[in-house]
Design a binder for this molecule. Structure first.
Ligand code: ADP
Ligand code: MG
Length: 401
């Protein structure tokens, strides 16, 4: 272990009162935007009687036992992951993460919260340590059958999360710890998760299509366009933010670049659990294209343009209109109809050769995977499949039976 890591672990042990009485830090295993995660051994492990579920909870490091009757517990693991949440995170945010994890303690393939401690302004969450492999080590070699097992595990987790009306918001490979040997993964990191409908505001996408059209017709911008067209004038150029008359929109855009659903990029104010299904589609795209990351945009506008290059101007305009946004572009790289997945995937895997070295087609197994991916990457969230439909899709139905 390198010196910096050892120093960091020592500082943590010294600053967090009594932690060394309960845990022996082994290594630092993650350093994210919101936390540092350590692998540790639970020194009280030998004291547990793991033969039945414990229902009394004497967890508090500093000796206060809680009187709350706890739900039946899993056997205590010997190795744990200690997630040290940065003190700069707001108390509400930390509480939100811990509360959602508490709600999800029974959910299959969701890494359960064992307990949490606070010392002064520092909060740590204790999770069972899950042995997994780094995504970068396997995504290039996965067969379609291995992808099926991976996605069945991921969608089982997602279905239970969504059944609790929770949106994860940050589905990506580093938040789904997968073990190819165990053929199982666990979903972690509910730091950005929220209950569906939090900050909900009406969005054009919630309306029936006829109403939606009327609403868009009446929007200031759309009607000025219509007036310009009727008068035979050229379309006004898109205005810069400082003279744009439209009221600015606020919507939750939390998540990770390249994994954000179009409705997130379009600042839809009525986002649903379907945004997570989109992110799963992006992971599958990574496997099938053997490129990670597949999208690497600098910002949301860039990310939108990347989608336009693939889906084409026509479909992206429709997707924008769904949320009451008018899209205009003069970028020459964006074609009217975009490109099909088959062509893109063959190109990414060097099989588009016209000289006969590639057969120029995806095989039946791959086409089924692409169909599944297409259902995840449906631009209209209302038409995108949900997690239970995903589990019933031929790509996943019957996996492991
Ligand atoms: P952040 O909010 O900082 O992204 P995460 O909860 O995603 O925090 O954890 C960061 C990293 O720590 C993960 O990507 C993973 O590598 C590691 N990690 C987190 N939880 C566990 C666990 N239970 N078992 C093993 N490793 C974990
Ligand atoms: Mg994370």
């Amino acid at each position: 272990i390198d010196h910096d890591v050892l120093d960091d672990m020592e500082r943590f042990e010294q600053s967090f009162k009594n932690i060394t009485q309960r845990y022996r830090l082994i290594n630092r295993i993650g350093e994210g935007t919101f936390s540092t995660v350590y692998k540790a051994e639970d020194l009280l492990y030998d004291h547990y009687d793991n033969s039945w579920d414990l229902d009394d909870d004497k967890e508090n490091i500093n000796g206060n036992s809680s009187n709350h009757k706890q739900p039946p517990r899993q056997p205590k693991p010997k190795y744990v992951a200690i997630k040290k949440i940065y003190v700069t995170s707001s108390p509400l945010r930390i509480l939100n993460e811990l509360e959602l994890l508490k709600d999800l303690r029974e959910a299959p393939n969701v890494c359960p919260l064992i307990t949490a401690f606070r010392h002064q302004d520092q909060v740590i969450a204790i999770l069972p340590y899950f042995q997994h492999k780094d995504f970068r080590e396997y995504y290039r070699d996965f067969t379609i059958s291995e992808m099926k097992v991976y996605f069945q595990s991921l969608f089982l987790a997602l279905r239970s999360v969504h059944d609790c009306d929770i949106v994860h918001r940050d589905i990506k490979p580093t938040n789904f710890l997968y073990s190819p040997t165990q053929q199982r993964g666990v979903l972690v990191d509910f730091g950005l998760a929220e209950r569906e409908g939090t900050d909900y505001h009406h969005c054009a996408c919630c309306m029936e299509p006829p109403d939606r059209n009327r609403k868009i017709q009446s929007s200031v911008y759309a009607s000025s366009l219509a007036a310009a067209r009727a008068a035979g004038q050229p379309m006004p150029p898109p205005s810069y933010p400082n003279n744009d008359q439209r009221s600015s929109r606020r919507a939750n855009r939390a998540g990770t670049r390249g994994f954000r659903a179009p409705e997130v990029l379009l600042k839809c104010t009525a986002q649903t659990t379907r945004i997570d299904v989109w992110s799963c589609g992006i992971i599958l795209l990574t496997f099938l294209s053997r490129r990670f990351p597949f999208f690497h945009s600098a910002d949301d506008i860039d990310a939108f343009i990347e989608l336009c290059c693939i889906f084409g101007k026509k479909r992206m305009k429709d997707a924008a209109l769904l949320h009451g946004q008018v899209m205009q572009t003069n970028l020459p790289t964006i074609s009217e109809n975009g490109h099909g997945w088959e062509k893109i995937l063959l190109w990414c895997t060097n099989r588009n050769k016209k000289d006969g070295s590639g057969d120029g087609r995806l095989n039946a197994e791959e086409r089924e995977a692409v169909d599944f991916m297409n259902r995840c990457l449906e631009l209209d969230p209302a038409k995108r499949m949900d997690a239970s439909q995903a589990l019933e899709h031929p790509f996943l139905a019957g996996v492991g039976t």
